[in-house]
Design a protein around this ligand. Structure first.
Ligand code: A2P
Length: 329
C-alpha cells in the first residue's frame, strides 16, 4: 500500500473528480474512498479519465473503499462491495474496510433515530468479518481490513477466525498517537493508516464541534515547519510517514494536494519527533458520539477505553501548548 494517499471524505463530486485527477498527475498512487462519502461515482469518473488518458494504469493505483454500517449482515457484504465497484468503475479493489464496528439497519445511510443503530450483539463484528474474509478469494478485493477498531476488537477478530485485518484505518496525529494500538497492530502484522492527520478542520461544522486545539496552528508544529522551510501540513504528514504509518490527508485544492505530496521528502530530526511526541493527549476529533445517544453503544464500548481520556479533558483543556499527559514514546 503506498504510504501516502488522498483522502476524499467531505469532498463534493465536482471537487473530488478534479482532486483525484490532479493527485494522480502529481504522483499519488493511493486513493481512499468510502461508500458513505457519497462520491464514489465522481472518484470513478476521475479514475476512468486517468486510465483512458494513460496517466496511470489500474495496477499502479491502490484503491481503498469501505463497507457502510448498514451492510454488516453477512449477506449484504458482497452486494455492498459490488455496488462500490460499480460506482468506482472498477473490477476489483485493493482494500475493503469495515468502516465502523457498529451496525445499522439495512438501508440507513445517516441515522436519524436511535433505533436505526443496532445493538452490538445484533450483528457481531465477527460475523461481518467472517463474510469480509471470503472476499479476496472472489477477486473483488485483494485485501480486507477494518477502520475505527480498538486493539481489543482487532484481537477479537483475530481470536475468532485466526485472521487479522490487513489494515486498521484510524484517526492518528500528534494529539492522538495511540502507542499501544500501534505496537499491538505491529505484533499482529496489521498495517495502520492515519485518517484526519491534519486535524480534520472541515469536519468541525459537520459535527457541531468546537476545536480547542487546532493542530495545523499548534506552536510546536509551526516551529518545526519554520525551521525546515516546510508547511505545518507537511510536518504532520512527515511525522506519520516517519512512524511507518500510511497517511491520507484530504484536500480539494491543487496547491495543497501538491504540498501534501511533497511532504514525503521532508525528513524530521530526532528532536522534531521528540517535540511532537510530547503533544500526545489522546484527543479524538472524531469520537463517534453520533452513534451513542439513546443507543446501546457508548464511548467506552466503541473505543474500549474510559471516556475520561477524551471527553472530560476536552472541557478543561483550553490552552496551547498543553502539559503532556504522559512520556512520549
Ligand atoms: P481543503 O480540502 O479545503 O484543502 P484531514 O485530512 O486531517 O481531515 O484534513 C483535511 C482538512 O485540512 C481540510 O479542511 C483541508 O482543506 C485541509 N487541508 C488539507 N491540506 C492542507 C494543507 N496543506 N494546508 C492547510 N490545510 C489543508
Amino acid at each position: 500500500m503506498p504510504a501516502l494517499g488522498l483522502g476524499t471524505w467531505k469532498s463534493s463530486d465536482d471537487d473530488v473528480e478534479r482532486a483525484v485527477r490532479e493527485a494522480l498527475e502529481v504522483g499519488y498512487r493511493h486513493i481512499d474512498c468510502a461508500s458513505i462519502y457519497g462520491n464514489e461515482a465522481a472518484v470513478g469518473r476521475a479514475l476512468g479519465a486517468a486510465f483512458r488518458a494513460g496517466d496511470v494504469s489500474r495496477d499502479q493505483v491502490w484503491i481503498t473503499t469501505k463497507l457502510w454500517n448498514d451492510s454488516h449482515d453477512p449477506e449484504h457484504v458482497r452486494p455492498a462491495l459490488e455496488r462500490s465497484l460499480g460506482d468506482l468503475g472498477l473490477d476489483y479493489l485493493d482494500l475493503y474496510l469495515m468502516h465502523w464496528p457498529i451496525a445499522m439497519k439495512h438501508g440507513i445511510r445517516r441515522p436519524t433515530s436511535p433505533s436505526d443503530i443496532l445493538p452490538p450483539e445484533a450483528i457481531p463484528i465477527e460475523s461481518t468479518w467472517d463474510a469480509m474474509t471470503a472476499l479476496p478469494a472472489t477477486g473483488l478485493s485483494r485485501a480486507v481490513g477494518v477502520s475505527n477498531f480498538s486493539l481489543a476488537k482487532i484481537h477479537r477478530l483475530h481470536a475468532s477466525l485466526g485472521r487479522a485485518p490487513a489494515v486498521n484505518q484510524v484517526e492518528m496525529h500528534p494529539l492522538l498517537q495511540q502507542p499501544r494500538l500501534v505496537e499491538g497492530c505491529r505484533v499482529l502484522g496489521v498495517a495502520l493508516t492515519a485518517y484526519s492527520p491534519l486535524g480534520s478542520r472541515d469536519s468541525a461544522p459537520i459535527f457541531g464541534r468546537r476545536d480547542d486545539v487546532i493542530l495545523l496552528e499548534h506552536p510546536t508544529v509551526l516551529d518545526i515547519a519554520q525551521r525546515h522551510g516546510a508547511t505545518p501540513a507537511q510536518v504532520l504528514i512527515a511525522w506519520s510517514l516517519a512512524r511507518q504509518i500510511a497517511v491520507i490527508p484530504k484536500s480539494t485544492h491543487s496547491e495543497r494536494i501538491r504540498e501534501n505530496f511533497a511532504a514525503q521528502s521532508l525528513v524530521l530530526t530526532d528532536d522534531d519527533r521528540i517535540a511532537l511526541g510530547w503533544l500526545d493527549r489522546h484527543h479524538r476529533y472524531i469520537d463517534g458520539n453520533g452513534f451513542f445517544k439513546g443507543t446501546a453503544h457508548t464511548y467506552e464500548s466503541l473505543w474500549d477505553e474510559p471516556a475520561t481520556t477524551a471527553f472530560e479533558r476536552r472541557d478543561t483543556e483550553r490552552l496551547i501548548p498543553l502539559p503532556p499527559l504522559r512520556d512520549p514514546v
